[in-house]
Design a binder for this molecule. Structure first.
Ligand SMILES: Cc1cc2nc3c(=O)[nH]c(=O)nc-3n(C[C@H](O)[C@H](O)[C@H](O)COP(=O)(O)OP(=O)(O)OC[C@H]3O[C@@H](n4cnc5c(N)ncnc54)[C@H](O)[C@@H]3O)c2cc1C
Length: 326
């Protein structure tokens, strides 16, 4: 069984965190099925071709074209289709980022492949590739095996263990020529705007996420969350209620209609724990809830709970973290 990893993003100096994870997962799949790992490095990611081998690829196809300079999903679907058809039947692992979500269904259709989205695990069981994904708002996990020789899995970030890079690994690097189809370029990126959310760690890749909800009562307490997240090297998230209130941008929303996160530590402050919110944190390893209502549903999923007014807890928590960090 051959495994293709779609590698994009980053500045070309190293694979992004999610791509490193996919290479780790691909190695495990290929090892179990006796195949090889092919990384398709698109656009700027082609600069990291050697590094893709160090993280587990046997072969890297670099796909460079002006059309891939911006994250134009139409061009990326064309490029991914061309590479996958060139490599032949395989399991295609796709990063669970915005470009991945836009690309995966269209690519799977063109390859006549099955597709599992938002997978948190992918393994070989009884000779079949089985992808695991949270269902029913994260209350259960479904294991899905696909029919057919081509299969695609969109994998949630921070769910797979990457391999330690090995500078001694060898592999082939080959340039792959590609011409985008007529749809490429329909979407033109006019401008990139940097959103200043008070932290530089990407929410989906953060090891620690500190989230606030309606219980915070306004935008100001999010500064406190940002300070705590900063001390922990993490990022700040929010519930839909906080976004709807206009306290924080929609890019910070976590949940069913927001982002999915899988941090080692998730701190929910003033969040009730509605199923739609909890759906986005089912991959979190440890959940800590701070809520003044002991009956709040968040305590059903939390590993640790503090029943208190956040105003009493956050200053003490920040002070203790400052002290520990010296
Ligand atoms: C189709 C659909 C999709 C949705 N998608 C999402 C989604 O992606 N993400 C999401 O988050 N929601 C989503 N929702 C909304 C979801 O159902 C809830 O309405 C929302 O999550 C509630 O946000 P909250 O917990 O911040 O607010 P609330 O439910 O109002 O909870 C506030 C909590 O703060 C506590 N509190 C109040 N004051 C304090 C204090 N001083 N100290 C400590 N605790 C305090 C309260 O006890 C309460 O538990 C969706 C809903 C629908 C219908």
């Amino acid at each position: 069984m051959n495994v293709i990893v779609l590698a994009w993003g980053g500045d070309g100096s190293a694979p992004t965190g999610p791509v490193q994870e996919l290479l780790g997962a691909a190695r495990r799949l290929a090892g179990a099925g006796g195949g090889s790992v092919v990384a398709a490095a698109f656009g700027p990611a082609a600069g990291a071709a050697r590094s893709l081998i160090e993280y587990g690829a046997d072969r890297v196809l670099t796909v460079e074209h002006d059309a891939l300079a911006a994250a134009d999903a139409d061009a990326y679907v064309d490029a991914a289709e061309a590479v996958c058809k060139h490599v032949g039947d395989a399991v295609v692992l796709i990063p669970g980022d915005r470009l991945g979500w836009e690309t995966a269904p269209r690519l799977a259709h063109r390859l006549d492949a099955g597709l599992v989205t938002d997978a948190i695990d992918v393994a070989v069981e009884d000779g079949r590739v089985v992808a695991t994904k949270p269902v029913y708002g994260g209350k259960a996990h479904a294991k899905i095996a696909m029919r057919g020789a081509s299969q695609a899995v969109l994998v949630r970030a921070r769910t797979q263990a990457p391999l330690a890079p090995d500078a001694g690994r060898s592999g082939e690097i080959e340039a792959f020529a590609f011409e985008p189809g007529p749809n490429a370029g329909r979407v033109r990126v006019v401008e990139y705007k940097h959103e200043d959310t008070g932290d530089e760690v990407r929410l989906e890749e953060a090891k620690v996420v500190v989230s606030g909800g309606r219980g915070l009562g306004g935008p100001e307490p999010f500064q406190q969350l940002a300070e705590i997240a900063g001390l922990l090297g993490g990022a700040v998230g929010a519930s839909l209620a906080a976004v709807d209130a206009g306290w924080v941008p929609a890019s910070m929303q976590i949940g069913q209609t927001g982002k999915s996160v899988a941090p080692d530590l998730y701190i929910a402050v003033g969040i009730s724990g509605a199923s739609q919110h909890v759906a986005g944190i089912s991959g979190a390893k440890t959940i800590v809830a701070i809520n003044k209502d002991a009956e709040a549903p968040i305590f059903r999923v939390a590993h640790l709970g503090v029943v208190a007014d956040y105003k009493d807890v956050l200053p003490a928590l920040a002070e203790e973290l400052r002290r520990v960090k010296g």
